[in-house]
Design a binder for this molecule. Structure first.
Ligand code: MN
Ligand code: MN
Length: 464
């Protein structure tokens, strides 16, 4: 008999020892990946390294493309598109999994270095949605690039290696924090107070001697002068490492899991998937956390350019080809969702929430208030996805971000849906999202991988 009532079962509970081992093994290289790559540029590098190792070729190196060819496009070192050409024409649609590789952080301002109260500090400007108090009194690392006017590029990474110094932002001692403690959380730590402590030794007794000493050190180490900060992109990220979480080691705690968990799972999926008749595409976008804008964000036309290159090289380019591709394409927007936090359950509506450890999460829509800004997946498409997951034994949960009218959010889903694709959000539920230390379940990480892989391998079409 058909099971009348749907049931939610923890992913770990029915697993055999062998399956459990597979789930745990999958997260090991993921943890290494998180520790190696803490900025979008570093993630971009790791992704391209793995693509190349697995036979993907830069798309412009091939004159023509044929079924089975594997190509990628590097968007300015901050985003990647990868494709495996299918048997069918591109205009019959592609199967896309799209994630983002930028994460909330602190960026350095263009004039960052100053001296105050006998300390040298760097001024920051936060990037993405952060709770500012979470970034004080934790060890921080400095990652990024400095490009001199002559084009010479220096890569910076300080605070990751044993023996490296770390950096930090101070906070007020509780003894003197009476006024601060009365302020609302969102204004207790001001944006202009997120200044990084970087030194305290003066070079002589002139004015700004501590700042000058830091400039000296930077000049010795990188050959840069103060003006070179103008043409730099330096990101301040937590210096601590990704770790197993819990006695049972069932979870991963790390910075940057939004959205590198889905980026990693979809990378592994496109590397491991069997061919489909459709072209398979993985998108790794930048700038999602600030609205997907700019030439490395999903709203840019660089993805159109990549698809146009594919069309040219498969000899399919004609007037409407690009739009045909989009209107026939199917996509999983691979971004994280909000897992229920046991300490803050009041923001979740239980029947429509995701729990970590219960499998990959589908969000039919995101947005806020009356679904404002939502890309609402069509029922026919949700049925198509259900069929893939259910026939492959993939555990999934369908949820909303939180209770109605309590907040909201979005992903890159709407951008591709606006182009005409069928899109649904499908990712890993996270606890403490956007914090310096985010929590995921190893079961869900593996489940996202199997979900993306099964989606890539599907030969079905959506029935309208
Ligand atoms: Mn995200
Ligand atoms: Mn986010």
């Amino acid at each position: 008999m058909e099971q009348l009532e749907k049931k939610k079962v923890c992913g770990f509970y029915p697993l055999t020892e062998e399956e459990k081992k597979e789930v745990f093994e999958f997260s090991k290289p993921y943890i290494e990946f998180l520790n190696k790559a803490k900025t979008e540029r570093e993630v971009n590098k790791e992704i391209i390294k793995e693509l190349v190792e697995n036979g993907f070729v830069e798309v412009n190196q091939l004159e023509e493309l044929h079924s089975g060819d594997k190509v990628y496009y590097n968007n300015r070192g901050k985003g990647v598109y990868a494709a495996i050409i299918g048997e069918k024409n591109l205009t019959e649609g592609m199967q896309i999994v799209g994630s983002h590789i930028d994460s909330p952080r602190l960026d350095l301002k263009p004039n960052p270095l100053y001296e105050d109260a006998n300390l040298a500090l760097l001024k920051t400007h936060y990037y993405g949605g952060i709770k500012k108090y979470q970034w004080t009194t934790i060890p921080l690392a400095i990652h990024g690039v400095i490009v001199k006017a002559n084009g010479e590029k220096m890569e910076v990474s300080i605070g990751e290696e044993e023996g490296d110094p770390i950096f930090m932002i101070t906070d007020l001692l509780p003894h003197l924090a009476q006024n601060q403690a009365d302020k609302p959380l969102k204004s207790a730590i001001e944006g202009e107070a997120l200044n990084l402590v970087v030194g305290s030794i003066p070079d002589g007794d002139s004015e700004n001697a501590i700042k000058k000493n830091i400039l000296k050190i930077l000049n010795d180490k990188y050959g840069i002068t103060e003006i070179d900060f103008y043409s730099s992109e330096i990101e301040i990220v937590p210096a601590f490492k990704a770790r197993d979480l819990g006695f049972d080691q069932s979870m991963v705690a790390s910075y940057g899991q939004d959205d590198r968990v889905c980026a990693y799972a979809s990378l592994k999926a496109i590397l491991d998937c069997k061919s489909s008749t459709y072209t398979q595409v993985a998108i790794f976008a930048d700038k999602e956390e600030i609205g997907s804008v700019g030439n490395t964000g999903m709203c840019s036309e660089v993805f159109d350019y990549f698809v146009s290159l594919l069309l040219e090289k498969t000899n399919e380019m004609d007037g409407n080809a690009l739009k045909k591709v989009y209107c026939h394409s199917k996509m999983l927007s691979a971004d994280v969702g909000a897992g229920v936090d046991p300490n803050y359950q009041e923001v979740s509506e239980k029947n429509n929430s995701s729990y970590i450890g219960y499998g990959v999460e589908l969000n039919k829509y995101t947005g806020s208030r009356g679904k404002s800004g939502a890309s609402d997946a069509n029922a026919e498409f949700v049925a198509y996805i259900r069929n893939i997951f259910e026939s492959n034994g993939i555990k999934y949960q369908v949820s909303e971000l939180g209770k109605v009218d309590i907040g909201g959010g979005g992903t890159i889903a709407y951008i591709l849906a606006n182009k005409g694709m069928d899109v649904i959000d499908c990712g890993v539920p996270v606890i403490a999202m956007h914090s310096p230390y985010e929590v995921t379940s190893k079961y869900d990480i593996y489940s996202a991988y199997t979900a993306y892989k099964a989606f890539f391998e599907s030969d079905q079409t959506v029935r309208y």
